[in-house]
Design a binder for this molecule. Structure first.
Ligand SMILES: [Zn+2]
Length: 272
């Protein structure tokens, strides 16, 4: 846990002004006292550290255009689990490099796991214990990860051409002594999102794509937040490219106060 924090803080200090580094240190201090630390690195990439010290990397394209540290993947000392929602490059991202460096296990659909192993993900870190499919539940330290549907596509474009990446998914992440998060993956809003709070309990923090074009837009995301009864929404998957025009402001307007919008700045940890 400490080495991860050191790496994270060093990375933050390198690229952000002193004020940002100080905020990171404050976040780390709180996390040590039972808080969950969530850092958005731009696009759909998140690093999550649980109160028990488990580190999850979700859709870890840490070198995306909005990331303040394009070299972060090579600096991470501790990642326990890598969660990948589907096979597109902007979600697989630096998963293989992180896995090789940290020994982290892959949580994904079984089909995507097969495709990523073919693309160089260490096979022994993508076994039956961490691979699943929609409806499945994976224990990841003090976090329980539920694999839930998403409406999208999932080819893996590798060196040898496109490989089928199975069905795209989202993740509900229930953290012991902490919040329940819902990372939507790439998806449009769909009616069965209503089942998520019924099946997995209240969603404290919804990490929701809002860019439009390839996924739901802010209006769709606001509808989705209502379906899952999200207490708070972190907008993501917007602004990385010109074709992802949705904005947090539009999300806020569409939500009309029904859920709180939490705007995270890439690279700055927030605690929940
Ligand atoms: Zn995407």
């Amino acid at each position: 846990m400490r080495s991860f924090l050191r790496g994270l803080l060093a990375a933050v200090a390198m690229v952000l002004p002193a004020a940002a580094a100080a905020q990171g240190a404050g976040g780390a201090k709180q996390a040590a006292h039972g808080k969950t630390e969530v850092t958005w690195w731009g696009h759909a990439a998140f690093l999550i550290r649980t109160p028990g010290g488990t580190v999850l990397a979700v859709d870890p394209w840490l070198s995306n255009p909005k990331s303040p540290d394009k070299e972060l993947a090579g600096k991470l000392d501790k990642v326990d689990w890598i969660l990948v929602t589907h096979g597109h490059f902007d979600h697989v991202g630096d998963a293989v490099a992180i896995a090789r460096k940290t020994g982290a296990k892959l949580i994904s659909s079984f089909d995507l796991g097969k495709a990523l192993v073919a693309e160089g993900f260490p096979k022994e870190q993508a076994g039956f214990d961490s691979q699943g499919n929609v409806g499945g539940e994976i224990q990841a330290g003090d976090a329980t990860v539920f694999i839930v549907p998403a409406v999208h596509s999932s080819d893996v474009a590798g060196d040898a051409g496109a490989r089928p990446g199975g069905t795209p998914v989202g993740f509900v992440i229930r953290i012991a002594g902490g919040p329940t998060l819902y990372h939507t993956g790439d998806t449009d809003v769909f009616g069965d999102m209503r089942l998520i709070p019924e099946r997995y309990g209240a969603v404290d923090l919804m990490l929701a794509c809002i860019g439009g074009h390839f996924t739901m837009d802010p209006k769709g995301a606001a509808l989705a937040a209502g379906y899952v009864q999200a207490k708070a929404v972190v907008p993501m998957h917007y602004g990385t490219f010109a074709v992802l025009p949705g904005t947090p402001k539009e999300l806020e307007a569409a939500l009309k106060g029904r859920s709180r919008v939490v705007n995270l700045e890439p690279g700055k940890p927030a605690t929940f």
